[in-house]
Design a protein. Structure first.
Length: 147
């Protein structure tokens, strides 16, 4: 019985390790917001790289690799759930930093598209960020960008 339990735990651990890394999940969520309005400008792409580097503390080369991989996977995205599964276990401060980065990316072109806001709202729900914090973070970013 003990051996069966060990095998079950090992299988469960393998299932969880097959998901995207924290960094890849963040890159994918940023890419999803960037592509939500159907227009990925050079300015948004540069801003996305900057935000991802700040969130992940990785080198520019590592960030470019993440961006390349995440953009390649965007065509296969069916649900944001796969990307938020690991991230919802992060401390609330890190989840809020990610949500703030998503807002910053959405406001990069000085226009908040309803599709972008919808993606960010969905991410906030999946990351268990209260609606009041969702709105507060949005307003903080809006004030900084003076929109």
């Amino acid at each position: 019985m003990l051996e069966q339990l060990k095998r079950l735990l090992n299988l469960e651990a393998q299932k969880h390790s097959n998901g995207p890394s924290k960094e890849m999940a963040m890159a994918a969520l940023l890419a999803e917001v960037m592509l939500a309005d159907g227009d990925a400008s050079a300015e948004e792409q540069a801003r996305m790289a900057q935000l991802l580097q700040r969130l992940t503390q990785q080198t520019s080369a590592q960030v470019q690799q993440l961006l390349t991989e995440s953009l390649a996977q965007q065509q296969d995205v069916v649900s944001l759930y796969a990307f938020t599964t690991e991230l919802k276990n992060l401390p609330i401060s890190e989840r809020e930093q990610l949500l703030s980065a998503l807002w910053q990316l959405a406001f990069t072109d000085d226009y908040l598209d309803p599709e972008e806001e919808g993606v960010i709202r969905q991410v906030a729900d999946l990351l268990y960020i209260p609606h009041s914090r969702f709105i507060w973070l949005k307003e903080q970013v809006r004030q900084k960008t003076a929109i």
